[in-house]
Design a protein around this ligand. Structure first.
Ligand code: SD4
Length: 332
C-alpha cells in the first residue's frame, strides 16, 4: 500500500485531534483507507502505533507487531507482557501469535517465560522456522538464539496480588483449576488479552494476539490466544477475528475460525461475532454471561464489528480519520 508521507502526518494529527470518543457498534468503512481494531481500552494506543507503523513501513504485519508491543511494554496492562499476571506458581508465562491473511503464514509461542515481547518471538517463529508453534523452554531457547533480551516480567504489584491469592487459596477447598479464573471481568479496568487485527488500503489483512493468560492458571496451561483458529484467525480472502476472555470457552469451539467462516457465508462482522457467542452458549447449555468470551472482527470490505458477554468489554477502532473506543454488542 502507498501512503503519502505528508498525508500520513495529516492522519496522525487528525487522530490526535479526535482523541477518544465513545462510539457505538460497527459501521461501513471506506476500504481505501487502513483500519486497525483491538480489544480493550489499551488497544487504542496499540492501534495508533499500528497505523503509524503502516505509514512508515507499508507492512501490515509490522503494524500488527509494533502495535501489540505497545501493550506488552506497558507494566500497567496487567494481563499482557511486562506486568502480566503470573501462574499459580508465581511465574509469568506468556502466549502470543501472529498471522498473515494473504499467505496464511503464522507463528505462535506459548508458556514463554522471561521475554517481554512474545509477539515478536512469534513472528520470528513464522519467518525463521518451518514450524508454527513453539512452547516453554524450546520457545525461550529460540528467543535467546534470535537475540531477544530476557528480563524479569513479574512486577512488585503482581507479586503482591499473587501472594494474596495464595493466602486465600490456602483457606479454600476444591481443585486449583476452578479457582484459576480471571478476577478482572466486568471491573472498570477490564485489563485483558490484546487481539489486534488490521487491513491496509490495498486489502492486506493480518492479526496478532498476546496475553499472560488467565491469572493463576495451572503452570503449563495454554489458552486460546496463541492457538490459530481460537484466539485469532485471519483469512485474506474473508477477514480476521480475535478473542479475549476465558480461553477454554473459546478454544473448544475454534471461536475465531468460526467467526471468519460465518463472515465467508455472508454475515457482517458484528453478526458473525454474535452468532459465534450464541452458538457456543447453546452448545454448552450456558447463559452467554457465564461464558466470559468477547470477540472482534473485520472483513475484506473494511467493515468492523464486535460482540461480547462482558459488560465492560470495549474495542479500539483506529483509521486515518479517527481513533476511538466503541461499546460492542452485548450478548447476555
Ligand atoms: C486466555 N483468553 O488465556 C486468554 C486470557 C484472557 O480474559 O483473555 N482473559 O484464556
Amino acid at each position: 500500500m502507498k501512503i503519502d508521507r505528508r498525508q500520513f502526518a495529516g492522519y496522525s494529527s487528525a487522530i490526535a485531534a479526535w482523541g477518544c470518543v465513545s462510539g457505538v457498534g460497527q459501521s461501513n468503512f471506506n476500504s481505501q483507507q487502513p483500519l486497525f481494531i483491538a480489544t480493550w481500552k489499551f488497544g487504542l494506543p496499540a492501534c495508533i502505533r499500528s497505523l503509524e507503523t503502516l505509514g512508515k513501513t507499508e507492512s501490515v504485519l509490522d503494524a500488527i507487531e509494533m502495535g501489540i508491543r505497545v501493550a506488552e511494554a506497558d507494566p500497567n496492562v496487567d494481563s499482557v507482557g511486562i506486568g502480566g499476571a503470573p501462574n499459580a506458581n508465581g511465574v509469568v508465562q506468556l502466549d502470543a501469535c501472529i498471522m498473515d491473511g494473504a499467505t496464511h503464514r503464522a507463528g505462535s509461542v506459548a508458556a514463554l517465560e522471561n521475554f517481554p515481547h512474545p509477539i515478536s518471538v512469534a513472528r520470528r517463529v513464522m519467518e525463521k522456522t518451518k514450524h508454527v508453534l513453539l512452547v516453554g523452554a524450546g520457545a525461550a531457547d529460540f528467543a535467546t538464539e534470535q537475540g531477544f533480551e530476557s528480563q524479569v516480567l513479574l512486577t512488585e504489584m503482581q507479586k503482591r496480588k499473587w501472594q494474596d491469592w495464595k493466602t486465600q487459596q490456602a483457606k479454600a477447598t476444591g481443585p486449583r483449576a476452578e479457582l484459576a479464573v480471571p478476577t478482572n471481568h466486568n471491573t472498570p479496568t477490564n485489563h485483558d488479552t490484546i487481539a489486534l487485527v488490521g487491513i491496509d488500503s490495498t486489502g492486506n489483512i493480518a492479526g496478532g494476539c498476546s496475553t499472560s493468560g488467565l491469572a493463576y492458571k495451572l503452570p503449563g496451561r495454554v489458552g486460546d490466544s496463541p492457538i490459530l483458529g481460537s484466539g485469532l484467525y485471519v483469512d485474506g480472502a474473508v477477514g480476521a477475528a480475535g478473542a479475549t476472555g476465558i480461553g477454554e470457552n473459546v478454544m473448544r469451539h475454534c471461536g475465531s475460525f468460526l467467526i471468519v467462516e460465518l463472515m465467508r457465508s455472508g454475515m457482517d462482522p458484528t453478526a458473525a461475532c454474535r452468532e459465534a457467542i450464541e452458538r457456543i452458549a447453546n452448545t454448552d447449555k450456558k447463559k452467554p454471561a457465564d461464558l466470559h468470551i468477547n470477540f472482534l472482527a473485520i472483513d475484506k470490505k473494511g467493515r468492523w464489528g464486535a460482540a461480547g458477554t462482558d459488560a465492560g468489554y470495549e474495542i479500539a477502532v483506529v483509521t486515518p480519520e479517527f481513533a476511538r473506543l466503541e461499546k460492542p454488542f452485548l450478548v447476555i
